[in-house]
Design a protein around this ligand. Structure first.
Ligand SMILES: Nc1ncnc2c1ncn2[C@@H]1O[C@H](COP(=O)(O)OP(=O)(O)O)[C@@H](O)[C@H]1O
Ligand SMILES: [Mg+2]
Length: 330
């Protein structure tokens, strides 16, 4: 795919570490990627690989004081978010970049009605009042196919099912018309039928608004259904990245292949990743070489010596593995 416009988001060598009594945990350790308007990038990888910390770093919500962004750049619409003041960042979040989290109950206020909560966001960002505010709130609920929206306005979070809560929190996230939506495992808590509905909804959002999406998921079925590109994370780094087709057709990192082998049958059933043999590494005690080496079926001597450079497998498809030969330029 070629893009005329510059990317909406350019992340360069992002590093976020946690400083604890156990030492320094390199949760995000040199992550780089770009994202264009209207594009959806899936972040996949086992638990603890740094997906959530990457997302939190982009919007500067890393839990402090233990967590700190120690390096890199996050260029969003041409400006480095890492250089912005906390007040400027608050304006960026919610207005330009919205987040949907795994458990929407934690992000919804139990004491306020849904109408009030969606309304607050709309009032804040669009300065609407009265009848036009109410119309706008109804609009955003209807857009996410929340039935009987006008009655539902007066209800509280606990009166909604998990799937509906996820829609409401998405309605809040999207009602300020963000340019980037970051969704961190938005469907993990939902049952399979509701998941499917939620994904349809996400597709509508992608299509209608041209929003760029970063979607964290364990589920390759979801990746196949809605992502343009995939980034595979391991031990705080992206070890393979490419279009969804490239990564599924020609998985080049042994870790990606292991993840894909763990899939029973994507077409039949959406399923969480089954464990890969061995343990993910301790991010506070990373070895000098490739962190996947101890679990890798293709381990060579060099793998224990240095981290492999990122090479081009094909145009737009990269991998960081000593066993992957660089493509010879055409
Ligand atoms: N609040 C925290 N304090 C200390 N370490 C943390 C904290 N949050 C995350 N980490 C470290 O960062 C690593 C990556 O976490 P995370 O990004 O949440 O993983 P993922 O989302 O891929 O499951 C964890 O394995 C952990 O070592
Ligand atoms: Mg996570």
């Amino acid at each position: 795919m070629t893009h005329a416009a510059p990317p909406l988001l350019v992340v360069e060598d992002l590093r976020t570490h946690f400083f604890t009594r156990r030492g320094v945990t390199r949760a995000v350790d040199g992550v780089s990627f770009t994202l264009h308007a209207g594009e959806t990038l899936a972040l996949v990888g086992e638990s603890g690989s740094g997906k959530s910390v990457t997302c939190l770093s982009l919007v500067r919500l890393v839990p402090e004081p233990a967590g700190r962004i120690v390096g890199g750049r996050v260029m969003f619409a041409g400006e480095d978010l890492l250089q912005k003041s906390p007040a400027e960042m608050r304006r960026v979040r919610g207005k330009q970049i919205a987040m949907v989290l795994q458990d929407p109950l934690t992000s919804l206020n139990p004491a306020l009605t849904i109408g009030t909560q969606v309304g607050e966001v709309v009032r804040l960002h669009q300065g609407l009042r009265g009848a036009s505010l109410r119309e706008r709130v109804l609009d955003s609920l209807r857009r996410l196919r929340i039935p009987a929206a006008d009655t539902r306005l007066g209800h509280y979070a606990h009166q909604f099912s998990g799937g509906m809560r996820q829609r409401v929190s998405s309605a809040i996230a999207l009602s300020c018309a963000p340019r980037l939506l970051i969704a961190d495992e938005p469907t993990t808590a939902l049952d399979v039928t509701i998941q499917a509905q939620y994904l349809e909804l996400l597709k509508d959002v992608q299509a209608s608004a041209g929003v760029a999406v970063i979607l964290v998921t364990h589920d390759f079925g979801i990746v196949a259904a809605i992502a343009d590109r995939v980034a595979v994370m391991y031990a705080g780094r992206i070890v393979e990245m490419g279009s969804t087709l490239q990564v599924f057709d020609n998985p080049s990192h042994p870790y990606t292949r292991a993840l894909l082998r763990c899939l029973p049958d994507v077409a039949l059933k959406r399923q969480q990743l089954v464990e890969i043999g061995g343990q993910p590494p301790d991010l506070a005690r990373l070895p000098p070489g490739c962190p996947f080496a101890p679990r890798c079926p293709e381990r060579q001597a060099v793998c224990d010596e240095a981290f492999p450079a990122t090479v081009d497998v094909a145009r737009g498809h990269t991998a960081s593995c000593w066993a992957v030969p660089a493509r010879t330029p055409a």
